[in-house]
Design a protein around this ligand. Structure first.
Ligand code: DGL
Length: 254
């Protein structure tokens, strides 16, 4: 049993975006061993058909299971929307997913609007429609094809990104935007660039909530690593070794 408590936690994303979740996880769970898998070789997920995302996600899950992980975090809103229910039905371990943080945004919102940024796949999904039916008042959903690539390629600022965002936000420039939901883990790395367009808006992501949920699930099944265990992070990717270097750098970023 104790051996299982010391098993690693698998975290995956279509690419480097999930590092923003890993960052929180390492802070809150310093005793745990993490294996982060970035499926950069198959990114993006957000513009692919749902079935493709299910099968790519399952391939990653199998790789992680081969390494005897005790739990899996899907650090990707798109993969959660497409594949979490299927994976939970098939594999018997805690699988923690993510969703755009519309609920926390609804608590902040007074009279203005909430811009919800996510991939086309996430926004088209059933899970998102359900979320909107519960917390969608004042929410404008903005699918952002091409936006994750900026984070994936390390282009966190500059003219090209700024032009993309300017165009995306143009219809809302003079509207009372109170909150912006970063509904894709890659967008968390673009936070500063996004904030410049709406300096007064609250930018909200689901990362902390996801890690808290991971902790709750591990507590439930009594699988938290014993205190004083030696934590670690192992990076893996379907792309080249330069991606591993990129992931390491992003983990260190503030
Ligand atoms: N990071 C992913 C998410 O949270 C998606 C990026 C993509 O592959 O399109 O939705």
């Amino acid at each position: 049993m104790d051996e299982h408590k010391n098993a690693p936690i698998g975290i995956f994303d279509s690419g480097v975006g999930g590092i923003s979740v890993l960052r929180e996880a390492v802070k809150l769970l310093p005793d745990e061993k993490f294996i982060f898998y970035g499926d950069t070789g198959n990114a993006p997920y957000g513009t692919k058909p749902r079935e493709t995302v299910v099968s790519l996600s399952e391939n990653v899950v199998k790789r992680l299971l081969d390494q005897h992980v005790k739990a899996i975090v899907i650090a990707c809103n798109t993969a959660t929307s497409a594949a979490a229910a299927y994976l939970r039905g098939k594999y018997d371990l805690p699988i923690i997913g993510m969703e755009p943080a519309l609920k926390p945004a609804s608590l902040i919102r007074k009279k203005g609007i909430v811009l919800s940024l996510a991939t086309p796949g996430t926004i088209a999904g059933e899970k998102y429609a359900h979320l909107v039916s519960l917390y969608g008042e004042g929410v404008v959903s903005l699918p952002c094809p091409g936006l994750m690539e900026f984070a994936e390629n390390g282009e966190m600022d500059g003219e090209r990104l700024n032009e993309y965002l300017k165009k995306l936000f143009l219809p809302y420039r003079d509207q009372p935007v109170e909150a912006i939901v970063l509904g894709c883990t890659h967008y968390v790395f673009l936070r500063d660039a996004i904030q410049q367009h709406f300096p007064d808006a609250a930018l909200i992501d689901g990362n902390l909530g996801t890690v808290r949920q991971l902790i709750r699930r591990l507590q439930e099944v009594n699988l938290l690593a014993p205190e004083g265990s030696i934590g670690s992070v192992l990076f893996q990717t379907s792309a080249g070794t330069e991606t591993i270097e990129k992931m390491k750098r992003l983990l260190e970023m503030k």
